[in-house]
Design a protein around this ligand. Structure first.
Ligand code: NAG
Ligand code: NAG
Ligand code: NAG
Length: 213
C-alpha cells in the first residue's frame, strides 16, 4: 500500500501540470481574431463593421469628408454601424486573420462606392503617427503594404467583457520596412465634437461584426 500512497499525489500532480501546460499551449496557439458572433475573422474578401466593444459608447467606424482623403471617425450614434472594411494580411497565405500579423484595412467596395469621389486608394493610413493632428489622423487614400498603412490587431489588454473578444488596431510602420519604431494604438481624438481616429488619444477597444457583402 505504501508505494501507491506515495505515487498517488505525484501522479495527480503530473496530471494537473500536464493539463495545465496543454491548456496554456492551446491558448497560445489560438491567435485567431474573432468577430462578435464568435467566428474567426476572414482574411480579405469579407467585409466587417468595426465597432466599439459597447455599442452604447457610440457607433461604428466610418469615413467622412467632402474631398479626398477621407477621415475615419467613430459615428456618434450608437445605432450606426458605419462603413464596412476588409482586412487583408500582407504577406501571408492564410484563410483567417491572426493576431500581430501585418495587414491592410481596406474600405469595402460597397462603402467605397457610397463615398463616391475617393475610389481607388481605399486603404486606411496614418501619414505621420508621431505628429500632431491632422497629420496623425486615420485617413483613406492609402496603398497596400506601405509603412503608413501597416496595421495589426492585438487583443485588448483589459477587455471590458469576458464574453466578447475585443481588440486594438495598431499602426506598426517598421513591420513594413520604414518609419518610427514601435506600434501606435488607433485611438479616438475628439475635435469639435467629432471623434476622429488617430495615433494618439483614447485607445479604441473594438469588435468586428460581419457585414453583408
Ligand atoms: C494559398 O493557400 C491555398 C489553400 O490553402 C493554396 O491553394 C494556394 O496554392 C496557396 N498559395 C500560395 C501562393 O501559397
Ligand atoms: C495601447 O493601449 C493599451 C490599452 O490602453 C495600453 O495598455 C498600451 O500601453 C498602449 N500601447 C501603446 C504603444 O501606446
Ligand atoms: C465646429 O463645429 C461647429 C458646429 O458644427 C461649426 O460651426 C464650426 O465651424 C466648427 N469649427 C471648426 C474649427 O471646424
Amino acid at each position: 500500500m505504501k508505494p501507491s500512497l506515495f505515487f498517488a499525489p505525484f501522479l495527480l500532480f503530473m496530471l494537473t501540470t500536464q493539463s495545465f501546460y496543454s491548456s496554456v499551449t492551446a491558448a497560445t496557439i489560438d491567435d485567431f481574431v474573432y468577430d462578435i458572433a464568435g467566428k474567426k475573422v476572414v482574411n480579405g474578401g469579407v467585409p466587417y463593421y468595426i465597432g466599439p466593444v459597447e455599442w452604447a459608447k457610440g457607433g461604428g467606424v466610418k469615413l467622412i469628408n467632402k474631398k479626398c482623403p477621407l477621415n475615419a471617425i467613430q459615428d456618434p450614434k450608437e445605432v450606426t454601424k458605419g462603413d464596412s472594411f476588409l482586412f487583408v494580411l500582407n504577406a501571408y497565405n492564410q484563410t483567417f486573420l491572426r493576431l500581430s500579423y501585418p495587414l491592410g484595412v481596406q474600405l469595402s467596395k460597397k462603402s467605397a462606392n457610397q463615398n463616391g469621389k475617393c475610389k481607388g486608394m481605399t486603404y486606411l493610413k496614418i501619414d505621420d503617427a508621431q505628429a500632431k493632428p491632422p497629420s496623425n489622423l486615420v485617413t483613406s487614400d492609402g496603398l497596400f503594404e506601405r509603412a503608413v498603412s501597416c496595421f495589426q490587431f492585438v487583443e485588448y489588454p483589459k477587455p471590458t467583457s469576458a464574453k466578447v473578444k475585443s481588440y486594438l488596431l495598431q499602426l506598426c510602420p517598421t513591420f513594413c520596412g520604414a518609419g518610427p519604431d514601435g506600434c501606435f494604438n488607433v485611438s479616438t481624438y475628439v475635435d469639435n465634437g467629432t471623434r476622429y481616429l488617430a495615433s494618439r488619444g483614447t485607445p479604441l477597444e473594438i469588435v468586428f461584426k460581419k457585414a453583408s457583402a
